[in-house]
Design a protein around this ligand. Structure first.
Ligand SMILES: *Cc1c(COP(=O)(O)O)cnc(C)c1O
Length: 424
């Protein structure tokens, strides 16, 4: 099946007389006739359901669709994108380990890695997404267990050179984990470029309607854990908390990562997505391919309009010729990138505030990647506590406006932006 068909039909094939739409299995628990039957599930000898914290049929249909979209072997849903990134990293990193991460990642993930995971004894070295191979190699330590980056970074809009990062990760015997939230599998499938694990905040384009917070983790099945067994004892030696199972032996490279993540991390930490939210997510996935095309068309049209406007000092949008990341976007995102554009106004912070106040269609929100256009001036909202100097250092100068282009008519969006710019 082509990806457009997978968006609509992937993950769930009803039999005769079964519901056409995926059923919402609103049940915490599942019934068995004998203790023996249930025992087999606990031993992971048979597959089936016993408690929704670990697995639920609705979630599994949707996870299977996301695995198909990314071209992976297994996937799981989590309660949020934050939980997805934490689980993906914590599944293979523990106290005393080290992560190499791109520095231009989502603020929430930056805090997760640099503050909360640090408190768990996991160290990090941040590298520029533009780092040379030499600079990347210098960031690795003997205890490095993973490399992390975002296909298109939120909100910096840098593009990750996935092939280069994967090459360096593999040369050091560790996997590359890529957060593919902004590109979505419609525009980039990181596994095709060597990434090993993909994560998503499904809250963004996958849901696409600002309706349900969620996350997903997908395994490519390509990383050979056993070849680096000394680095990944959690996957390659018996799990005493799970009847002495060795995940790689029992489930192979295709299933070990997600099985361990479900049966260990979900069991102990419990950041499960509700079946109701998984159902809503699936409605979003059914039109992901149609919406992404429109998000990108609108994003490019608005980037071009802004780029030519005399009151605009610069535009960041990787699909715009002349952008610093245009070449990488041509390679990794040939059919479009995303709907998020950022730009600066010559009139500085004051002009940004005036501009946003006068918008009629675009709403001011901290959200992105929604069907409705929205925008944010980080300096007067999320980064309000910083002075102008600090804002510049953080890559969000005072005049920067981040605009997430929705799927409305682009002519309406452009005339709204034009009238608001006239008032600056
Ligand atoms: C929003 C976002 C997250 C966090 O996801 P939540 O669903 O809000 O927890 C992680 N990564 C990226 C790239 C994001 O945009």
């Amino acid at each position: 099946m082509k990806i457009n068909t997978t968006c609509v039909q992937g993950g769930y094939t009803p039999g005769n007389g079964e519901p056409r739409q995926i059923p919402i299995v609103q049940s915490t628990t599942f019934k068995y006739s004998t203790s023996e039957d249930m025992g087999k599930l606990f031993d992971l000898e048979a597959s089936g359901y016993f408690y929704t914290r670990l697995q639920n049929p609705t979630n599994d249909y949707v996870a299977a669709k996301i695995a198909e979209l990314e071209g992976g072997t297994a996937a799981m849903l989590t309660s949020s994108g934050q939980a997805a990134n934490f689980y993906a990293l914590f599944n293979i990193c523990g106290c005393g380990d080290h992560i190499v991460s791109s520095s231009t990642i989502y603020g929430g993930t930056y805090n997760l890695i640099s503050v909360t995971m640090k408190r768990m004894g996991i160290d990090v070295t941040f590298v520029s997404p533009d780092a040379t191979e030499e600079e990347l190699n210098a960031a690795f330590k003997p205890n490095t267990k993973a490399v992390f980056g975002e296909t298109i970074a939120n909100p910096a809009l840098t593009v990750l050179d996935i092939e280069k990062f994967a090459g360096c990760a593999h040369a050091h015997g560790v996997p590359l984990i890529v957060d593919n939230t902004f590109a979505t599998p419609i525009n980039c499938r990181p596994f095709e470029w060597g990434a090993d694990i993909v994560t998503h905040s499904t809250t963004k384009y996958m849901d696409g309607h600002g309706a349900a917070v969620g996350g997903a983790i997908v395994d490519s099945g390509n990383f050979d854990w056993m070849a680096h067994a000394d680095k990944f004892p959690g996957l390659c030696t018996p799990d005493e908390s799970y009847h002495g199972i060795t995940y790689t032996e029992r489930f192979g490279n295709a299933g070990a990562f997600i099985t361990k993540c479900t049966s260990q991390l979900m069991r102990d930490l419990g950041a499960i997505q509700s079946p109701q939210n998984a159902y809503i997510l699936n409605l979003g996935l059914e039109s992901l391919h149609v919406r992404m095309k429109r998000h990108c068309e609108n994003g490019l049209a608005i980037a071009e309009f802004l780029d030519a406007h005399p009151k605009v000092s610069y535009v960041n949008y990787c699909s715009l010729p002349g952008d610093k990341y245009y070449e990488l976007a041509t390679k990794y995102l040939p059919n479009g990138s995303c709907g998020v554009v950022s730009f600066g106004l010559k009139g500085g912070r004051k002009a940004a505030e005036t501009f946003m106040k006068n918008l009629k269609i675009a709403a001011i929100e901290t959200h992105v990647a929604d069907a409705r256009t929205c925008c944010l001036n980080p300096a007067s909202s999320t980064h309000r506590q910083m002075n102008d100097e600090q804002l510049k250092e953080a890559g969000v100068p005072a005049e920067l406006v981040r605009m997430s282009c929705g799927i409305e008519d682009k002519e309406d969006l452009i005339s709204d932006i034009a009238q608001a710019l006239d008032k600056c």
